[in-house]
Design a protein around this ligand. Sequence first.
Ligand SMILES: Cc1cc2nc3c(=O)[nH]c(=O)nc-3n(C[C@H](O)[C@H](O)[C@H](O)COP(=O)(O)O)c2cc1C
Length: 211
Amino acid sequence: MSDIKNYRTDYGKQELNHKDLPENPIQLFNAWLQEAIDTIDKDANAFILSTVDTNAFPSTRVLLLKEVSDEGFVFFTNYNSNKGNEMEVNPKVGLNFFWPSLERQVRVQGVVKKVSDVVSDSYFQSRPYKSQIGAWASEQSSRLDSRASLEERFHHFSKKHPQEVPRPQHWGGYIVKPKNIEFWQGRASRLHDRFTFTLHQGKWKVDRLFP
Ligand SMILES: Cc1cc2nc3c(=O)[nH]c(=O)nc-3n(C[C@H](O)[C@H](O)[C@H](O)COP(=O)(O)O)c2cc1C
């Protein structure tokens, strides 16, 4: 194994200055996401979702962001998955976007709720056929005895729905309504720029934090 103690990166490609911050952090998030999509070859919309179980143990996993607006951050998954069960009990979640080549991180804390059936249906119908069948085939996070069983289920549901695939009731979207959003831009000598936006009575307040 390589010597990770001496594996490090110097940052300093860009700055984030107080005077350049918009009043609405979603505007800055959109600009950063667009730059990521334009410059990163794959999964620029990936983020880590943190949830907490009933023993206060956190879990994290990578998901794909499918929409962002003033209403919040939208992703899609299986409602019966581990994360689905955890969010049912505790809808407080954390999101983390990390774009290493841009030397940027965005952290979000918020409260999640399911999107409407209409929104889930519309997104499900826009997915490729095989992804739609995959949503039927996967009892996400449940124990699976073999790869063959998964492929049999895929085959079974593709026979059952050869063309039009209805959305499974256990599959759909969530929207995270943010209560704070933090932007981190890497700088030289570990003197990074770090700003946190907090929602106070419907208005965003911004503070610079020590890095
Ligand atoms: C790049 C990437 C993108 C992913 N996107 C999604 C997604 O959008 N929705 C989803 O349910 N799982 C997605 N996954 C799989 C999740 O990370 C996770 O394994 C799965 O949702 C089960 O998590 P859970 O058992 O904690 O519920 C993705 C994984 C990777 C690596």
